[in-house]
Structures are given as C-alpha cells and as structure tokens.
Design a protein around this ligand. Structure first.
Ligand code: NDP
Ligand code: HSE
Length: 449
C-alpha cells in the first residue's frame, strides 16, 4: 500500500519568476533519525530555505509499514511503502533506513536519476561505500555522510575538507555512545558489564540486541570510514581489527582507576611508515588525556595532525535530533550545489597505502599478574619479558590474595613500551607458565599517552 502521491519530475515543478524552484527531498526511513529529519525540515523550513538558496520540499517518506504509529510531527500523507518511485523524482534523497539492502539499491537508483544522496548508514559505507562513491562521481552528484560517524559531531567534513591541507597521522575516537555509557557507569558505580548494559538498554541507549555496540562492530564501521578519509586509502570494515568490551570486568575498571586511567572503547586509525592500520578495542587511557573526560553516551574524536597539532571534536554521537542535525547540514550543502552548481569532494584514494594486517600495530600494554610474593619473582618475570623483546616501562606492586586465599601474593602491574600483539601474546604465555605466577589477571592496551 502506498499513500504518498508520486513526486513530479523536475521539469513539472512550477517556478515563480526570479525565485529558485523548490528542491524535492525524499526521505527513506522514518524511525529514530528520520522522524527528526522530517520534523526539523518542517519546523526550520524557512531558515533552511534561506541557507540552501531554495525551498526544501519533503515530497515523501518511505517506510516499511505505513500504518504503524508515528510521531505527530509526521504528515502521514507523505508515507509510502514504495520507495522506488519516490527516489526517481527527487533532487535530494536522504537515506536513514539503515541496513545494506534495499538502502544500497535505492541510493544507486537515486544517483542514476541525478539526485544527490545524504546517508547516515555507516554499516553500508564501511562495507561497500566505493560502489556508491563511484556511482556518484560518474553521475556528477553529491554523496554526503556526515551523520555516519559520531552523529552530531562534525568529523567527516573536518577530516575530509578542513584538514585536506595537512597530514593526519592518527585518529583516536570514542565513536560509540552505548559502550562509552556502559564503561563510564562501570567506572563510577562499580557495576559489572552486564548490569551496565541492562541499564543502557533501560535508558534507550542500547538496542534490545546490543551486539553491534558491545562487540565493536558499530565502532569498526566508523573506524573504516575515518581511516579512508584521513589516509586517502580505501579501508573497509573487514580491514579493521575488532575487539569489543565484553571481556572488561568491574575489576579491570577498578584497577584502571587505581593506576590513573579510564577504560574506553577506542577506534584507532593510524598511518605508519608501513601503511595504514585501523582497529577497535578497549584501552586504558590516562586520566590526563582529553578523551578520558568524555563521559556518558558522548562521543569524541582526537585527531593528531602534523601542522594543526592535536584537535578534538566532541558531542552527541547518537539520538534522533543530534543525528538529524548532521543529516540536515548535508542536505543544505547538497541543496546549495543544486542551486549554485558545483559538487562536494569526491572519494580520495590517491595514496592507496597498504592496509596492515590485524596485530601489526604496536601498542603499550598494561599486564596485571598475580604472583607469589617472595624474593626473585619479579626478576623471573622481567627476564621473560626481556627474552621476548618486550621492554618494561614501569612496574608497580600491590598486595594480592593468591591461590586458595591463604598464600602471600602480590599483584604486579607491568606497563610495557610499545610492543606488537604477537610479542605480547608470546610474553604473556611464557609468564603464565612460570611457577610463582598464580594468574595473568588482565592484559589491556594503553593508548593516548
Ligand atoms: P530505525 O530502525 O529507528 O528506523 C529505520 C526506518 O527505516 C524505519 O522508519 C523503517 O520503517 C524504515 N525502513 C527500514 N527498512 C525499510 C525498507 N526495507 N523499506 C522502507 N523503509 C524501511 O533506524 P534509525 O533511525 O535509528 O537509524 C537509521 C540510520 O541512521 C541507520 O543507518 C543508522 O546506523 C544511522 N544512525 C543512527 C543513529 C541513531 O542514533 N539512531 C546515529 C547515527 C547513525 P518502519 O518505521 O515502517 O519500520
Ligand atoms: N549505536 C550507536 C552508539 C549509535 O551507541 O553510538 C549509532 O551510531
């Protein structure tokens, strides 16, 4: 069933003398984000028209179920479950339905018909963005995706345009609000992970199925997009080494506090002399680093560039209105190009750097080891690190309880200099095999020092 009138073709829109014709905007999706896009298009219509240089007419909204309850701000007459004809007559197509298909086919159809496309779909861009970018280039239309990384936080345009004259070395981001909320609650209340996830679900931050967030898939998609932009090289989600937060315990979080750190799920994209690496994993961040102060469900991206130095972009990375803000910024930008001519930047892949395999990046580590507290044990552990080529930066000792609880034991908290994942794994295996070692309690990367 379809209740929206099919949009008219470009030539049939009446144009008052001296006034630019209205641009037809087709919205694909009317969920958390789409509802707010439609609402802001209606409530800010005059201001948006003035900024865009032409009125923006919302000509239809594609949904799965036109009969489903909707926010009162939605004009139900615009709803349709037949997205194809809707995109055919549009000047700008806003895709906020999510998923791979039919989102990809609909955007390709829109582009082929000459429409500019605005999307928040990080999953699709990280999996198959180049197909869309190539099509947009061939058709000479814009494809904009500011909302795909960190919601309201402007980061795509700054990396792609504002920093185009600089050399970005590294991007470190807290790009998933759900996991940042969970880790923050664990740090401030001592909750275990499952309890904090349940709280995030009750508050509407986490989905009923939180897998994409807690396992790091959402952050990995954003890492791929950021790495591609920062290093002018195609990086897909399959190139991103990914580890979520499910192994982080309340004990890890408490120890992090004791050692002057917080645990954050970081998306890291960096360029080394050997190529580009992109990874997502939990990491200890010193409390003195700007990312450590990013609390609750907020996002922040820390960019290290040669000439600019360090930059940080901070704000709401999710939610209907914040994400709609980024979407509408793109809509205005695409509309200006329609009115004045020209087009936004195309995909830049000239550098085409090698993508480093997972595990190639070197990182500092903090290894917590529960050992028997007697002479010579520290020396034994230190020897194993040396034998594996892992250099110790600092060692701290704190009382512990070993084995059956009666043994005199100590927690050794060893911070290493940068080491490869392989060297660290071999070291940890060897340390675990030492007689006086009760347990390797945790191994966490340290970033942002
Ligand atoms: P929702 O699930 O809330 O909404 C999806 C909308 O798309 C619904 O209106 C749904 O219709 C419609 N839809 C889904 N599949 C189809 C289809 N096959 N045909 C027609 N309509 C369809 O998603 P969100 O608004 O949360 O997210 C949208 C996009 O924005 C995703 O790509 C997401 O990753 C991205 N994003 C979301 C953020 C957020 O905070 N939510 C933040 C940043 C990006 P119906 O209503 O009938 O079910
Ligand atoms: N689920 C994401 C988050 C929001 O928690 O940040 C969409 O990117």
């Amino acid at each position: 069933m379809s209740s929206a009138a099919a949009p008219q073709g470009a030539s049939t829109v009446p144009e008052a003398p001296g006034e630019p014709r209205a641009l037809r905007v087709a919205l694909l999706g009317c969920g958390v984000v789409g509802t707010q896009v439609a609402r802001l298009l209606a409530t800010h219509g005059d201001a948006l028209a003035a900024r865009a240089g032409a009125p923006l007419d919302l000509v239809g909204i594609a949904v799965r179920d036109v009969a489903a309850p909707r926010d009162p701000a939605i004009d139900r007459a615009l709803l349709t479950d037949d997205a194809g004809p809707l995109v055919d007559g549009a000047d700008i197509v806003v895709e906020v339905m999510g998923g791979i298909e039919p989102a990809r086919s609909l955007m390709l159809r829109a582009i082929a018909g000459g429409a500019a496309v605005v999307t928040a779909n990080k999953a699709l861009l990280a999996e198959d963005g180049p197909t869309l970018y190539r099509a947009a280039d061939a058709a000479g239309v814009d494809i904009c995706f500011e909302a795909a990384v960190a919601g309201a936080v402007p980061i795509v345009r700054p990396v792609r345009e504002s920093l185009a004259g600089d050399h970005v070395r590294r991007v470190l981001g807290i790009v998933n609000g759900t996991t940042n909320y969970v880790l923050d609650r664990m740090a401030t209340t001592g909750l275990e992970l499952e309890e904090a996830v349940k709280e995030a679900q009750d508050l509407g931050y986490a989905e009923a199925d939180p897998t994409a967030d807690v396992e790091g898939y959402d952050a990995a998609a954003k890492a791929a997009i950021l790495a591609s932009l920062a290093f002018h090289t195609r990086v897909s989600i399959t190139d991103v080494a990914r580890e979520g937060i499910t192994a982080v315990t309340a004990d890890d979080v408490a120890w992090a506090t004791q050692t002057g750190h917080v645990i954050k799920l970081l998306a890291i994209a960096e360029q080394t002399p050997d190529g580009v690496s992109a990874r997502v994993h939990p990491a200890l961040v010193p409390t003195t680093h700007p990312l450590a102060g990013v609390r609750g469900a907020f996002n922040a991206i820390f960019v290290e560039a040669d000439a600019a130095g360090d930059l940080m972009f901070y704000g709401q990375g999710a939610g209907g209105a914040p994400t709609a803000s980024a979407v509408l910024g793109d809509v205005v930008s695409a509309a200006r190009h329609r009115v004045l001519g020209g087009k936004g930047p195309q995909e830049s892949t000239y550098a085409d750097l090698p993508i480093l395999p997972p595990g190639a990046a070197t990182t500092r580590y903090q290894v917590r080891v529960l050992v028997a507290d007697r002479p010579g044990v520290l020396a034994q552990v230190a020897r194993v690190l040396a034998e594996n080529g892992v250099s110790i930066e600092a060692v701290r000792q704190a009382p512990g309880t070993g084995g059956d609880g009666s043994t005199v034991a100590a927690n050794l908290i060893i911070t290493t200099h940068a080491a490869t994942e392989a060297a660290l794994a071999a070291t940890v295996d060897a340390v675990a095999g030492l007689g006086p070692v009760h347990e390797i309690t945790s191994v966490l990367r340290v970033e942002g020092a």
